[in-house]
Design a protein around this ligand. Structure first.
Ligand code: APR
Length: 232
């Protein structure tokens, strides 16, 4: 059975495509702390503000493209003989556009919406507002971004933990280790799993990894993938 790989990515892999990270800048949007916009309470309190926040990020996606790091992970998925599972915390579609298929968006996806009346999940590439209508049940004003907010459960956790327990290699790319459960994945792997962190700077959980490679994702990730494939 060929060795399996689990990859975890965070905002740092999209940074060089021009997508803002959460904690490198001032972490503000229109003078709102992100933690005050990306929450169920904020959506109940001021849905129009939250819709505006995500509609603006959805629109900005059209201006960015996948970078060499996204593309290198596709190469790995296509050439590696065993399973490669890419778990991303990012809600942008850059891994999707690069061609990753074995992909879990554990914090949801910017380009999807969800109906709070019927539970349907659907593509939503454009602006979303309080008067948006669910394409499945027709309900008006019940559509929300298909995003996992603070205090909400991330997606596909069973599938992720199963893959973590089985993998031979776990690599975390461009994530700061601030937010759980993703920051704890390095502790959920098996005793013989090789763990590597690739980041511009050590994350909060860097000490839990066997190996730390520091630099930009567009330099580190292609080199790392070349190394893995050369070792086949
Ligand atoms: N190359 C590699 N790493 C980079 C680069 C780069 N060019 N630029 C920034 N980084 C790293 C930073 O060093 C940092 O460790 O990316 C990480 C960005 O950290 P965060 O902004 O905290 O993003 P992330 O770890 O993805 O946040 C996790 O927090 O706000 C929530 O749900 C949100 O998914 C997000 C989660």
């Amino acid at each position: 059975m060929a060795a399996s790989i689990v990859l975890l990515t965070g905002a740092g892999i999209s940074a060089e495509s021009g997508v803002r990270t959460f904690r490198d800048g001032d972490g503000l949007w229109e003078q709102h702390r992100l933690e005050d916009v990306a929450t169920p309470e904020a959506f109940r309190r001021d849905p129009a503000l939250v819709h505006r926040f995500y509609s603006e990020r959805r629109r900005a996606l059209a201006e960015v493209v996948p970078n060499a790091a996204h593309q290198a992970l596709v190469r790995l998925e296509q050439a590696w003989p065993g399973e490669v599972l890419l778990v991303t915390q990012n809600v942008d579609d850059l891994h999707d556009r690069a061609g990753s298929r074995s992909l879990i968006h554990m914090h949801g996806e910017l380009l999807k919406g969800r109906c709070t009346a019927c539970g349907a999940v659907f593509a939503w590439p454009g602006a979303m507002g309080c008067d948006s209508q669910c394409p499945a049940c027709g309900g008006v004003g019940r559509v929300r971004p298909h995003i996992v907010w603070f205090h909400e459960l991330p997606m596909a956790m069973d599938r992720i933990y199963d893959a973590l327990e089985r993998c031979s290699l776990f690599a975390a790319i461009g994530t700061s280790g601030h937010v759980y459960p993703a920051a704890g994945f390095v502790e959920a792997v098996g005793p013989d799993t090789r763990t590597v962190e690739l980041n511009l700077a050590p994350s909060l959980v860097a000490s839990a990894f066997h190996e730390l490679r520091t630099g930009r994702a567009t330099d580190l990730v292609p080199a790392f993938v070349d190394e893995l494939l050369a070792g086949l």
